[in-house]
Design a protein around this ligand. Structure first.
Ligand code: BES
Ligand code: MN
Ligand code: ZN
Length: 506
């Protein structure tokens, strides 16, 4: 990942390949944002006029490259739009800073070092800029994949120097370090999602967890297909049995000696979702390598908690399987006995996420955590409801659901609370099992949540994040969001762990 430094140098004297400055949308044209004073001075105070003449408006995500005048060490100035100028006495929203830094970093792919001279009001603003820049400076570049290198616009920005902060101030240092850790972990989740499904099967995913476990001192336990069969994990086995790549359940645990709370995170890890015997048609399966994005987010969040040394226990559960059709695959009509004993009639093998999650939620509940959050690319219905950028938040406890939603908002992830209407439950009644794995089409994103709720232990606060929309970004990149895997929900989970550690929640 790119290197991040806090620097006291002036934008005029720092040796870099480009200087990034902010420009906002004012009532009468573009306004140069705070932090760019030295650069504006090198333009004889005419930077706003020059930008306006070049057609810049200060609109969100807009980037304008200018040759630097003499008086600046860097040869290029990149002006990035921050959107509407905030009201007097108010700073830019952190998400505006994060996105602008991300757009700038993307526009500078192929450049070695850039100095970011954006408005830094306080340590949190510095953290947001650092995070946005590091997340924008991402491309999926697996070792040995020459094509991936050839097809992107150049190596991500290698060095990011953040100006305008206080490098020796504790709060600034902490914000920069946190941003670097979180961004690196979001990028870890993105890499896993972007990996082709023939490279990342359940076994390879479990191996990645073991490697990270060794590196960061986490306890990693892997149940293979034999252990899953013996342990009664009928949901995970039922989904995985059609594939030549057998399923896994990974428990990845971070503990802090002074922790007072334990948070359990459960991730849907379908390394490829073909639909199984209820096969998806062409046009619906090309991106289904992303169906393990929930497990990737959970994995990255547990590693983040460890790297940040948070005073909370965080247990990740990765429910890993490949959903394939074959002579050994589960058929529509089969009845599975889930972990904990409940039976499920499988009416549609493409509703497989809830089957692997049901087992994992029941297993996670046995340890009686203070709260459980599951993350899953669960339903197309959630994408229809909320679009491609917003995840749905459901749960069995309104206060906890609201907290998770507010935390998402706090870190700049788009989310929205959704209900679990009790009357939808009876649509899953089955004549041969405790319930079926699908019901009516209407409200089917909520129905999936109601199914999951059956597996959450009595009295445990639980939230369900359906990230089917934002997990995988198919259109043009924007802000710090690249094409492909986005790392959706990682930042929300990390902040949730931080709040839990601080005792801010229930
Ligand atoms: N993995 C899909 C959901 C999905 C859709 C994720 C689009 C990302 C983008 C899930 O396993 C699925 O197939 N769900 C079905 C459930 C249905 C058969 C009850 C769906 O949403 O259509
Ligand atoms: Mn499916
Ligand atoms: Zn799926």
């Amino acid at each position: 990942m790119s290197a991040l430094t806090l620097s006291t140098s002036s934008a005029a004297t720092l040796r870099a390949d480009a200087v990034v400055i902010g420009v906002a949308k004012g009532p009468k044209g573009p306004v140069v944002a705070a932090g760019a004073e030295a650069v504006d001075k090198a333009f004889d105070g005419k930077l706003a006029a020059v930008l306006e003449a070049l057609g810049a408006t200060g609109g969100e995500g807009e980037t304008t490259k200018l040759p630097a005048p003499s008086g600046l060490k860097a040869p290029v100035v990149l002006a990035v739009g921050l959107g509407e100028a905030p009201a007097k006495d108010e700073g830019f929203a952190h998400e505006a800073l994060r996105r602008a830094a991300g757009s700038a970093a993307r526009a500078l792919a192929g450049t070695k070092k850039a100095a970011f001279a954006l408005p830094v009001e306080d340590a949190d603003a510095a953290g947001a800029i650092a995070e946005g820049a590091l997340l924008g400076a991402y491309s999926y570049r697996p070792a040995g994949n020459a094509a991936a290198k050839k097809n992107d616009k150049g190596a991500p920005l290698a060095e990011i120097a953040l100006l305008g902060g206080k490098p020796r101030d504790k709060a600034f240092k902490a914000a920069a370090e946190r941003a670097a850790t979180v961004a690196e972990e979001v990028n870890r989740a993105r890499d896993l999602v972007n990996m082709p499904p023939n490279e990342l099967d359940p076994k390879a995913f479990a191996a990645a967890a073991q490697t990270a476990g060794k590196e960061f001192g986490l306890k990693v336990e892997v149940l293979d297909e034999k252990a899953l069969l013996k342990g009664g994990f009928g949901g995970i086995m039922g989904v995985g049995r059609g594939s030549d790549a057998p399923p896994r359940l990974v428990r990845i645990g971070y503990t802090h000696p002074k922790a007072e709370k334990t948070l359990a995170l459960v991730g849907k890890g379908i390394t490829y979702d073909s639909g199984g015997i209820s096969l998806k048609p062409a046009g619906h399966n090309e991106t289904m390598k992303c169906d393990m994005a929930g497990a990737a987010a959970v994995f990255a969040a547990v590693v983040s908690a460890a790297r940040l040394g948070l005073q909370v226990n965080v247990t990740g559960w990765l429910a890993l399987a490949e959903n394939m059709p074959s002579g050994s695959a589960t058929r529509p009509g089969d009845v599975l006995k889930m972990y904990g004993g409940k039976t499920v009639e499988v009416l549609n093998t493409d509703a497989e996420g809830r089957l692997v999650l049901g087992d994992a939620l029941a297993r996670a509940s046995e340890e009686n955590p203070d709260a459980i959050v599951d993350v899953a690319t669960l339903t197309g219905a959630m994408v229809l409801a909320l679009g491609n950028r917003t995840f749905g938040v459901m749960g069995n406890d309104d206060a906890f659901r609201t907290s998770v939603y507010e935390i998402a908002e706090e870190v700049g992830e788009q989310a929205w609370p959704m209900p679990l209407p009790a009357e939808l439950r009876k649509a899953m009644d089955s004549p041969v099992a405790d319930f079926a794995n699908m019901g009516e089409r209407m409200g089917s994103g909520l129905l999936a949540g109601i199914f999951l709720k059956e597996f959450v232990g009595e009295g445990i606060a639980w939230a369900h994040l359906d990230i089917a929309g934002p997990a995988y970004h198919e259109s043009a990149p924007y802000g710090y969001t690249p094409k492909g895997g986005t790392g959706s929900a990682v930042r929300t989970l990390v902040r949730l762990a931080e709040h839990t550690a601080a005792g801010d929640l229930g």
